[in-house]
Design a protein around this ligand. Structure first.
Ligand code: CP3
Length: 348
């Protein structure tokens, strides 16, 4: 089932194989930037919306219909598995994940029992199945990487400096590794269940890994993310690895075992390509804020990304981070058109 899209430009680009148009999708393509999302989202938390497969299916499909993007990404969240095993968290609108009793000690490991996707998140799997039945583009499944999920569980809320997380990491290394090992297992189980139900690719979100130096990353994060990537390798589906402000980490993030490495707007694609192993594809890297300058400027910036990529087949066009909620979706429609119409001009 997962091979159904083997000839699709998105999957071929993930594998660095030639194809006939530059594939494009946007992180956070579903969500508050779309009026059709705001119309059906309801007033509960996002966790309530995710627990409703019909609603989540529709929300996932909305940007695919509107933009004609080359991939859908499951409407869910990186904290869903921890929530589903009863860790005790919510996602507060306008804020993000919040934990009533943050992770602090050995005893808190018990609050992270193994995930049983069929029993704990049946709604996620039902959404995946409905999507796979409806979509004519590949579905990207995803999980949060151990570091980024741990940062929410330890801080208890979104944090700029990740001070509590890094303190735990430095001060109690065995507990840090025990926590991340549980989160790695949870990510593997979740990703495998999404793949088993038909997801054609997976993305591991380590959004906040850029808070670390390469030496810190190698010691505290690498083993756990590498375990996740190895844990899904046999499925054969492309694995995308993403973070923000990770310019210095790009070589390591590729080495972790990714087929595709996400690049934010701070590093030109040509430089990023020199930092990852040959054969690694890149995803990115339009600055999401250029959408606020209007379609002409956004499309010019999109062209600059294409020129920078110089026709390399291993490129999936995306933003350097997610669509911002106040984005005018019509600008993104124009960006998709530009990428599709002009993307191959630079191809070799
Ligand atoms: O990309 C997509 O369209 C797929 C859906 C998706 C969501 N979250 C939906 C969501 C994905 C892939 C995520 C992953 C996620 N969640 C990440 C990694 C990606 C990234 O942005 O770096 C992170 C860090 C989270 C944690 C999280 N969840 C945050 C920081 C927030 C924002 C809080 C807010 O309201 O601004 C959420 C909530 C969330 N997840 C929203 C959406 C559409 C917005 C809330 C809503 O509509 O109620």
């Amino acid at each position: 089932m997962n091979g159904r899209f083997d000839d699709h430009p998105f999957i071929r680009a993930c594998r660095g194989l030639p194809h006939d148009r530059v594939p494009v999708w946007f992180m956070r393509q579903a969500g508050r930037s779309l009026p059709e999302y705001r119309a059906i989202r309801g007033t509960g938390t996002i966790l309530d919306a995710i627990a409703d497969p019909d609603l989540s299916t529709e929300i996932t499909l909305q940007p695919v219909r509107r933009y004609g993007v080359d991939a859908a990404i499951l409407y869910s969240d990186i904290v869903v598995p921890a929530h589903a095993v009863g860790f005790g968290l919510t996602v507060t609108p306008g804020v993000g994940p919040e934990v009533e009793h943050p992770f602090m000690s050995e005893a808190d490991l018990e609050r992270l029992r193994p995930l049983d996707p069929e029993a704990d998140t049946p709604y996620v799997l039902e959404t995946v199945r409905q999507l796979v039945a409806e979509l004519d583009v590949p579905l990207i499944g995803f999980a949060g990487a151990p570091f980024t999920v741990a940062s929410y569980l330890v801080e208890g809320r979104p944090s700029r400096d990740h001070l509590t997380t890094k303190s735990l990491m430095f001060a109690n290394e065995p507990l840090w590794h025990a926590l991340c090992d549980r989160l790695a297992d949870m990510a593997i189980t979740s990703l495998r269940s999404q793949i088993d139900n038909g997801a054609s690719a997976v993305q591991l979100f380590d959004s906040w890994a850029g808070a670390l130096s390469p030496a810190q990353y190698r010691r505290y994060v690498y083993p756990h993310s590498a375990k996740v990537m190895a844990g899904v390798a046999d499925t054969g589906v492309p694995r995308i690895h993403f973070g923000v402000t990770t310019g210095e980490l790009l070589p390591l993030m590729g080495e972790v075992g990714a087929d595709v490495v996400g690049v934010d707007w701070r590093v030109p694609l040509a430089s990023a390509r020199e930092r990852v192993a040959p054969g690694t594809s890149l995803q990115g890297n339009l600055d999401p804020t250029v959408a606020f300058a209007g379609a002409d400027i956004a499309c010019a910036a999109a062209r600059a990304v294409l020129v920078d990529n110089a026709g390399h087949p291993g490129h999936i066009f995306n933003l350097g981070h997610g669509v911002m909620p106040a984005t005018d979706p019509d600008v993104l429609t124009e960006v998709v058109k530009t990428v599709h119409e002009e993307g191959m001009v630079n191809a070799t």
